[in-house]
Ligand binder design. Structure first.
Ligand SMILES: Nc1ncnc2c1ncn2[C@@H]1O[C@H](COP(=O)(O)OP(=O)(O)OP(=O)(O)O)[C@@H](O)[C@H]1O
Ligand SMILES: [Mg+2]
Length: 267
């Protein structure tokens, strides 16, 4: 169960534009300059993502996928072009304004989980709420709910070392969800996981997208994983080269069941 994706009072809630796309990038460029060398990591990206989409971003190493995610996540700014998120131009805002938008609208999941090592699953998930000054009792309730949502209600007091890779990634997803963001950004979330565990994580992301209406953008190198998305955007040399709707997205929980059956093992 996910609460409506609205920031609770006291967390800088602001009116949203109810219509319009969630994400609109227009002519976005990002140039990194080191010494006399300029790298055009993004070289003119136009990309619109509607609310409720599950988009996979694929492309060769160095094609600009993580640069895109950093901009979408308000961690970085375009060198040129505009980024409108939830009806508001955020690309040219300063660090503080972007931090507010990030806290209100965006959850992140990374390849390497980024959990605190000597800290339990429950405490890891509570952390974003600690930073927001949410009172302890509410923090605990929301973290419990998020961990139940990712199927880890029975691992609350385990530290990351006591969890499998897939479980650690699920804790990281719970941590991203605990603030009820409407947008989840995942940069290679299955990059450190085996095939079966990858499908487990994807099944969870598909369920969150379908049942809670969370818009998800996921970067992946794996075509099986991209096939689970309803839209696949391919980057090459900092530009969108293909943008394909996938009406027959692969059901990750079914792919997982097939994988288990093929291996002849118990689930
Ligand atoms: N901080 C930086 N300074 C300079 N160049 C950078 C920086 N970050 C990325 N780049 C360059 O920008 C280009 C795009 O990098 P990016 O990390 O977005 O690629 P990617 O598609 O995510 O690749 P990968 O699949 O390997 O993660 C690359 O050529 C990279 O070398
Ligand atoms: Mg990358």
């Amino acid at each position: 169960m996910v609460a409506a994706p609205v920031a609770p009072a006291g967390e800088g809630a602001a009116p949203r534009s109810p219509g319009g796309p969630l994400i609109a990038l227009t002519g976005v460029e990002r140039t990194y300059t080191s010494g006399s060398v300029a790298v055009h990591a993004l070289a003119g990206v136009d990309l619109t993502i509607e609310r409720g989409e599950l988009v996979a971003v694929i492309g060769a190493s160095g094609s600009g996928k993580s640069t895109l995610m950093n901009i979408l996540g308000c961690l970085d700014r375009p060198t040129r072009g505009t980024y409108v998120l939830d009806g508001v131009e955020v690309g040219q805002r300063g660090n503080d304004a972007r931090a507010i938008v990030r806290n209100r609208l965006i959850g992140f999941v990374f390849q390497g989980f980024h959990l605190l090592a000597r800290t339990t699953a429950l405490e890891n998930v509570e952390l974003p709420l600690v930073y927001r000054g949410v009172p302890q009792k509410e923090r605990r309730q929301r973290a419990l709910r998020a961990l139940a949502q990712v199927g880890l209600a029975d691992r609350l007091h385990h530290t990351p070392a006591q969890l499998s890779g897939g479980q650690q990634q699920r804790v990281a997803i719970a941590r991203a969800l605990v603030t009820d963001p409407p947008l989840l950004l995942a940069d290679e979330p299955t990059g450190n996981l085996d095939t079966r565990t990858s499908f487990e994580v994807l099944a969870l992301l598909q369920a969150l997208n379908r049942d809670a209406g969370i818009t998800i953008v996921i970067v992946t190198h794996e075509h099986d994983i991209a096939a689970c998305a309803s839209r696949v955007v391919t980057f090459r040399d900092g530009r969108v080269r293909h943008d394909v709707r996938n009406a027959q997205a692969l059901d990750a929980s079914k792919a997982l069941a097939d994988e288990v059956a093929a291996s002849g093992e118990a689930p």
